[in-house]
Write a protein that binds this ligand. Structure first.
Ligand code: V47
Ligand code: SF4
Length: 349
């Protein structure tokens, strides 16, 4: 730990074995102190939040990942498809600074339908930043349209897409991925699509789904592969660890512990030295662990969200939305300074 502490203090990069040591070590307080120091170096004592809204256009998905309780097959009870009008009506009077759109891989919707969703939102709400479609969806659009990944991304951007969310990364290890989501694109493909987006100037996020059947080595491998791509492109905005929720899933298992959640935030902060932001996703962590995460290296607490289906299908117990006042109180009571941001981390007001 002393050696790691010295490296962190002098801004030196940690290697994979040191990352593994941090996961295996029980000195949570030293880990948190070091991660918090790095977060403060990067973002002072600021904690960012955004006025955002999630929309999931459909839960019908051909992949049916074994950890996903949100998806349904076509015609199955509980399946739904939102019309473009229903999607627009969720954006109310345009009070959101960012809309986050992810959904299932629908077997019948053509690429034009997805393009239409984006262009109609942009037409009606030109001020709202559109963060839409994971690399998994982009790959699907390329296959159903016959267009290259670059052409899919360019068409979406012309229609109004601004950035891409970080979902679909799950865990890159092929061995684990084959057991969790055999139909999903590989980790390599996920990274390749984000690389292509970054080259086109589309910023993206990255996630890691943890706490299911993976081990610490798989988590470190995942983080190192993200760090390498960030060295190459600098296109990632934020990293978001996603704590696995087991209810109603085929994978089953148990919920993550608060200790594992804090460790994962802190190790991510320390390994991903080239990421500006680590997000504590309160929907999955719960408000209290998300608050503690702010002392373990997180500098972002996502936003108002309003409606959330993925975690809540899998046993999520938080509310689906928080008010700005509630977010600011969580941050202030952690001794940090709440800062409203836009989707690109520019400060508002
Ligand atoms: O890719 C699915 C995950 C992700 C479960 O970019 C599950 O700002 C836990 O990516 N337990 C979608 N997680 C959510 C996502 C996201 C969320 C918030 C912010 C951003 C961002 C991205 O949800 C999926 C998958 O990894 N997921 N099922 C489950 N049972
Ligand atoms: Fe489909 Fe995404 Fe759920 Fe996998 S995680 S089944 S790709 S909606």
């Amino acid at each position: 730990m002393d050696k790691i502490e010295k490296k962190v203090m002098t801004g030196k990069r940690l290697d994979p074995e040191e990352g593994l040591f941090l996961f295996e070590n029980d000195d949570l307080f030293t880990l948190g102190r070091l991660a918090s120091m790095v977060a403060e170096r990067k973002n002072k004592r600021h904690v960012y939040y955004v006025r955002n809204r999630h929309i999931n256009p459909t839960n019908i998905c051909v992949n049916r990942c074994k950890f996903c309780a949100f998806s349904r097959s076509k015609g199955e009870k509980g399946s739904y498809e939102l019309t473009v009008e229903e999607i627009l009506s969720k954006l109310g009077d345009g009070c959101y600074r960012e809309v986050h759109i992810v959904g299932g891989l629908h077997p019948d919707w053509g690429f034009d339908h997805y393009v239409n969703i984006i262009s109609k939102i942009k037409e009606e709400f030109p001020e709202t930043h559109i963060k839409a479609f994971t690399a998994v969806e982009i790959d699907h659009f390329s296959r159903i349209s016959g267009l290259s990944i670059e052409d899919v991304l360019k068409r979406l951007r012309e229609s109004g897409l601004d950035t891409m969310p970080g979902g679909g990364a799950e865990i890159f290890s092929e061995r684990v991925r084959m057991r969790l989501c055999p139909e999903k694109i590989s980790g390599e493909r996920w990274l390749e699509i984000h690389r292509k987006a970054h080259i086109l100037g589309i910023r993206t996020n990255a996630t890691m789904l943890y706490g299911h059947i993976e081990g610490y080595r798989d988590r470190i491998d995942h983080l190192i592969r993200l760090r390498e791509l960030q060295d190459e492109t600098g296109g990632f905005l934020a990293f978001i660890p996603l704590s696995y929720h087991p209810a109603n899933t085929e994978t089953g298992g148990s919920y993550t512990s608060g200790i594992d959640d804090l460790k994962t935030i802190a190790v991510s902060r320390l390994i991903l030295d080239n990421f500006d932001h680590i997000k504590a996703y309160w929907i999955m962590l719960g408000e209290k662990i998300a608050q503690l995460s702010l002392l373990f290296g997180a500098d972002d607490i996502d936003g108002t969200i309003i409606e959330e289906k993925i975690t809540h299908s899998a046993g999520g117990v938080t509310a689906e939305s928080l008010t700005i006042e509630e977010i600011r109180e969580i941050v202030t009571k952690a001794g940090r300074i709440p800062i409203e941001r836009d989707a690109l981390y520019r400060i508002i007001g």
